[in-house]
Ligand binder design. Structure first.
Ligand code: MN
Ligand code: MN
Length: 326
């Protein structure tokens, strides 16, 4: 079991490092997502969730749908969040990248603006050097918070202590932690297994125990420190079987329940079998209405602050912890 957790961690960490280097201005978000997911699957592992690539004020839960044309731009603060699964044993890790390079044209051959659902602007952005420096510091606040949290994690550490050190680290650097996003415990075939690892002192006296598997993920922002839902979802999870009238919806739900019983999925996981995106969207609607599947809305910082995230999966030990995604 421990070897499988370690293997899942190693795979995710290697793919994370490789993918982070490929994030440059003018590169498509969809190409990074494809690279991450193909690389994980090529090792024989599964995805613990679709690769998330969330830009600037978008904090989490964005992934590319099939055909997504969203481009990275110079100065973007990008959260790359991914995980592998080996026989149900999970890794979950994230890094923040400040995008370098030159912006690509944001218009198509007819001179029309390219639709970029992964950005809240249309890709026609000039980010000043001062602003890039600020974003570097936000990134630094998030990674230092994770480092400091890890330094106190051992058998007996309370959740409140973790939240305290995360908040203090981020605030000391002049930013805010995002209070309604948190880390979590992990179990076999269960990405969010009950415990929340807070990014602020939440008063919980729950003590971590040797052998616990957790993901710690401080989010830092120059905004107010809260996220709310954007209107669209790109990531879903299977909830339950329901009697559905429409044959295409019935078939889709069957496919989803067989292939995505435990882990969240995106439309990219379905596109080979359902190559027409419009028909796929139509077939998905009854599944959402009947609550057979759950949509995770993309999340945005409430006051449009810039957001950084850093995450590791770790196993609690008697006097410290083992990071599986280092
Ligand atoms: Mn994650
Ligand atoms: Mn996580």
């Amino acid at each position: 079991m421990l070897e499988k957790y370690e293997k899942a961690g190693e795979i995710a960490s290697k793919v994370r490092n490789e993918a982070a280097k490929k994030i440059k201005a003018g590169v498509k978000v969809g190409d990074i997502v494809d690279f991450v997911e193909t690389s994980i699957k090529d090792t024989g592992a599964g995805l613990s969730f679709p690769c998330n690539v969330s830009i600037n004020q978008i904090a989490a839960h964005y992934t590319a749908d099939p055909g997504d044309e969203t481009l990275f731009c110079r100065g973007d603060i990008v959260k790359l969040d991914l995980g592998a699964e080996v026989d149900g044993y999970i890794s979950d890790t994230a890094v923040t990248v400040i995008v370098e390079g030159e912006n690509a044209d944001n218009t198509d051959e007819d001179g029309n603006l390219i639709n970029m659902p992964g950005r809240l602007d249309n890709g026609d952005v000039e980010v000043s050097e001062e602003e890039i420096e600020l974003r570097q510091q936000i990134k630094e606040a998030s990674s230092s918070a994770l480092e400091n949290a890890i330094s106190i994690i051992r058998d007996g550490t309370t959740l409140n202590e973790i939240g305290e050190i995360v908040q203090k680290t981020i605030q000391d650097m002049g930013f805010m932690p995002i209070v309604n996003l948190s880390g979590h415990s992990l179990e076999r075939n269960n990405l969010h297994a009950g415990l929340s690892i807070p990014n602020y002192p939440d008063g919980s006296d729950h003590k971590l125990q040797e052998g616990d598997h957790i993901a710690v993920e401080p989010f830092a922002t120059n905004g107010i420190g809260e996220v709310n839902d954007l209107p669209n979802a790109y990531i879903y999870s299977y909830l339950r079987n329901r009697p559905l009238r429409q044959p295409d919806a019935r078939k889709l739900l069957k496919d989803i329940s067989v292939n995505n019983t435990y882990f969240p999925f995106s439309k990219r996981a379905l596109i080979d079998k359902y190559p027409d995106l419009k028909s796929l969207n139509r077939a998905m609607r009854p599944l959402l209405v009947s609550r057979s599947i759950y949509p995770y809305s993309a999340l945005k910082e409430k006051t449009d602050g810039m957001v950084a995230q850093t995450e590791h999966t770790l196993i609690v030990e008697k006097d410290s912890c083992e990071i599986t995604t280092l």
